[in-house]
Design a protein around this ligand. Structure first.
Ligand SMILES: CC(C)=CCC/C(C)=C/CC/C(C)=C/COP(=O)(O)OP(=O)(O)O
Length: 324
């Protein structure tokens, strides 16, 4: 707990310094070293990282005795409140949120969690103040570009990235860089990071229903065409009937989230318990965990506690999944 508290304060310290760095740039570099933007590569931080990593591995070994969740999803709530709480510039909360996300991703990778999904930006978020939308889009653009670098956490930990949602709604430059990131990480095999942007669950369901109907329609048209070309067998009424119904398996095939299994634990930070139109279809048998911490404060202790809770209710969740 002490080491974890230190991690959080260390991150907060970096955030505050980063926030004021334009004003105090010269002694900031002197104190923190030139690489602080990458979360510190100094001897002290390497030593700290080794000690921390050793304790984590020990903890994860113990946790792995029980069932380890396969898919964690996060609603990243409380970034603006975090900035307010620490009297940081508007937007710095989101930056700290990104750092917290990178730590969580690293922990998930070490623990053996295969899928991590985050709600980075909903379709409704486009209604926020233009400068706020602009800030988050700029941050995403900058961070996704960073993820493309050879030494980024994505390549270091073998993380494959998917961007999930109606990507047409994103500004062109963000969409282009997102597509590049998906392509660049397609051979990474360890963890899958699904970043939901321009996403809402209802939009996903409508999109899947439309795609599925379109597919059925195309098939009927193709059958009709081949029938009239070959003078072949006339399509029976039952055959047409069969094509008029969408079934679950077909629908799920067209989900943006079709690449991942159902969620095991859904996190919503800052003590909120609403789903806000996130993964409504994929969370029917998951554990909802809602710590009071704001997203940038989310750390190892929250992850460990949620996994312990998951292991406690695991037999019940499994029974629900098998419908017995
Ligand atoms: C590349 C990549 C994955 C970047 C992700 C960056 C990131 C942390 C985005 C969060 C965006 C967002 C709208 C969070 C909600 O917090 P809020 O603004 O609603 O905060 P509040 O609940 O305090 O109002």
């Amino acid at each position: 707990a002490l080491v974890e508290m230190w991690t959080v304060y260390y991150r907060q310290g970096l955030a505050i310094i980063s926030d004021y760095k334009e004003r105090i740039f010269s002694w900031y570099r002197f104190v923190m070293g030139p690489d602080t933007e990458n979360n510190g590569d100094s001897v002290a931080s390497k030593l700290f990282g080794t000690l921390n990593g050793f304790m984590r591995k020990f903890l994860f070994r113990i946790l792995s005795v029980g069932p380890v969740p396969n898919h964690l999803a996060f609603i990243l709530d409380g970034n603006r409140r975090y900035a307010k709480k620490w009297k940081l510039q508007e937007g710095t909360g989101h930056k700290c949120g990104f750092w917290a996300l990178m730590s969580i991703l690293k922990y998930c990778n070490e623990l053996g969690v295969k899928y991590v999904t985050i709600y980075a930006f909903s379709i409704d978020n486009f209604k926020r103040r233009p400068n706020e939308v602009q800030y988050v889009m700029d941050l995403m653009h900058e961070k996704i570009e960073g993820l493309l670098k050879e030494e980024s956490i994505m390549n270091q930990y073998g993380v494959r990235v998917y961007f999930i949602g109606n990507l047409k709604l994103l500004p062109e430059r963000v969409r282009v860089v997102a597509e590049k990131a998906m392509k660049a990480t397609e051979n990474n095999k360890n963890t899958v990071l699904l970043i939901c942007v321009a996403y809402t669950s209802t939009d996903e369901i409508v999109h899947a229903a439309q795609e599925s109907c379109q597919h059925e329609w195309d098939e009927i048209q193709a059958m009709k065409a081949s029938e009239s070309n070959d003078g072949g067998e006339i399509i029976s009424n039952e055959n047409q009937e069969e094509h008029r119904f969408i079934n679950l398996v077909d629908l799920e095939k067209y989900f943006y989230m079709g690449v991942a299994p159902d969620v095991d634990i859904l996190f919503r930070t800052s003590g909120e318990t609403r789903l806000s139109n996130f993964l409504l279809w994929q969370t029917s048998t998951c554990l909802l965990y809602s710590p009071r911490a704001l997203f940038p404060e989310l750390g190892l202790r929250h992850l460990v506690w949620s996994v312990l809770n998951f292991q406690r209710v695991y037999p019940y969740l499994e029974r629900r999944r098998k419908q017995v």
